[in-house]
Design a protein. Structure first.
Ligand code: ADE
Length: 223
């Protein structure tokens, strides 16, 4: 069982994508559990403030230490975490290899950043890993957290019914996946490659391997 806590000031933004299709099934089967924690509950004062002006001046608010510290501490009372991950555009770029490693964890916290950023001391003392989903800046860490959670959860054994299908994904062996076809075998004169209809599985596997290499060299030679 993989348990993920996502800490966010916009919990409603996160909930819906986790309640459909494969992730929902994984949850219903008891293989994964994703819990969204509203950081505002830990906000300070009457207005439940979670951010403040930055020391030294400059545009943009900064997320304060205390709400995040108290929130993470509360979670740590309930379980031991393998990783406390901060989603940030200056983190390490997320790849399949990281998803593979994280899918072996038992408990993970994903902290979504907002505003200009978070107080650096949170990163120094509470965060064990920083992840970016790519070299572009989004309005917050919520969409990245969903992407990371999705990529990890589908790798937990049993979440995808046919385990083979996760193993043959693009990137799993530094190759893009080969092309796929389904019925009809011919549409408007567009034909499925004969080899796939031959029933010769040795040849089919060789063809798939060859196409995967070809496609990778063409589209992503850096892999
Ligand atoms: N927050 C804002 N942009 C982000 C990105 N590219 N990756 C992770 N978290 C982010």
């Amino acid at each position: 069982m993989l348990h993920i806590d996502i800490i966010s000031v916009l919990p409603d933004l996160i909930k819906s994508p986790l309640e459909h299709s494969i992730l929902k099934r994984g949850k219903d089967k008891g293989l994964i559990n994703i819990n969204v924690v509203d950081l505002r509950q830990y906000g300070l004062g009457k207005s439940r403030s979670v951010d403040d002006y930055q020391f030294g001046g400059g545009a943009g608010m900064v997320m304060r230490i205390e709400p995040i510290f108290n929130c993470i501490n509360d979670l740590k009372k309930q379980r031991t975490y393998d990783e406390v991950i901060f989603l940030t555009p200056d983190g390490e770029v997320f790849e399949q290899k990281t998803a593979n490693k994280l899918s072996l964890c038992t408990n993970i916290i994903l902290l979504c950043g907002h505003y200009k950023g978070i107080d650096e001391r949170i990163r120094e003392h509470l965060i064990t890993k920083e992840i970016s989903i790519g070299d572009y800046v989004l309005t917050g860490g919520e969409l990245p957290a969903i992407i990371v959670a999705d990529a990890i959860c589908r790798l937990v054994p049993g979440v995808i019914s046919d385990e083979e299908s996760a193993l043959s994904d693009s990137f799993q062996d530094d190759l893009l996946a080969p092309p796929l076809y389904t019925r009809p075998a011919e549409f408007e004169g567009w034909k499925v490659p004969d080899i796939l209809l031959s029933g010769d599985f040795k040849k089919i596997n060789e063809w798939r391997e060859e196409k995967a290499v070809e496609k990778t060299q063409l589209k992503r030679p850096n892999l």
